[in-house]
Design a protein around this ligand. Structure first.
Ligand SMILES: [Cu+2]
Length: 124
């Protein structure tokens, strides 16, 4: 075998490798792009709508939103299954105080990511 015939094979191997890696970058794991309430924002007391928008589709049945309130109690919020595939929504009745939403989400690439959103609830 000469070096002339080896070189194209190398290129073919690199091409195959790129082809195998392509789906990974096409379906990146979830990064939070926008939230309502926004980080550090304030919402009026009462029924608060929570929306988290990601850069990729989310497996809603295997993702979790846990709310920590002013009494340091942890509440798992129900995630609505309807709506856009890259958006998690829920509503919860909240009294004034400081809150943290911890999100654990499973993206369609099979990777889990998590993060926190802090916000406060003021008077009605
Ligand atoms: Cu990923």
């Amino acid at each position: 075998m000469t070096s002339r015939s080896i070189l194209p094979r190398r290129f073919a191997a690199v091409g195959l490798l790129l082809l195998l890696l392509a789906p990974v970058s096409a379906f990146a794991h979830a990064i939070l792009e926008e939230s309502v309430p926004a980080e550090g924002a304030s919402a009026p007391a009462g029924l608060v709508g929570i929306t988290l928008r990601y850069n990729s589709r989310i497996d809603k049945t295997r993702s979790r939103l846990v709310l920590t309130g002013p009494d340091h109690d942890h509440t798992t919020l129900p995630i609505m299954q309807a709506g856009l595939p890259d958006v998690l929504t829920t509503t919860v009745e909240l009294k004034p105080g400081n809150y943290t939403i911890r999100w654990n989400v499973l993206a369609t690439d099979g990777h889990l990511t998590r993060g926190d959103v802090h916000f406060s609830v003021g008077g009605p």
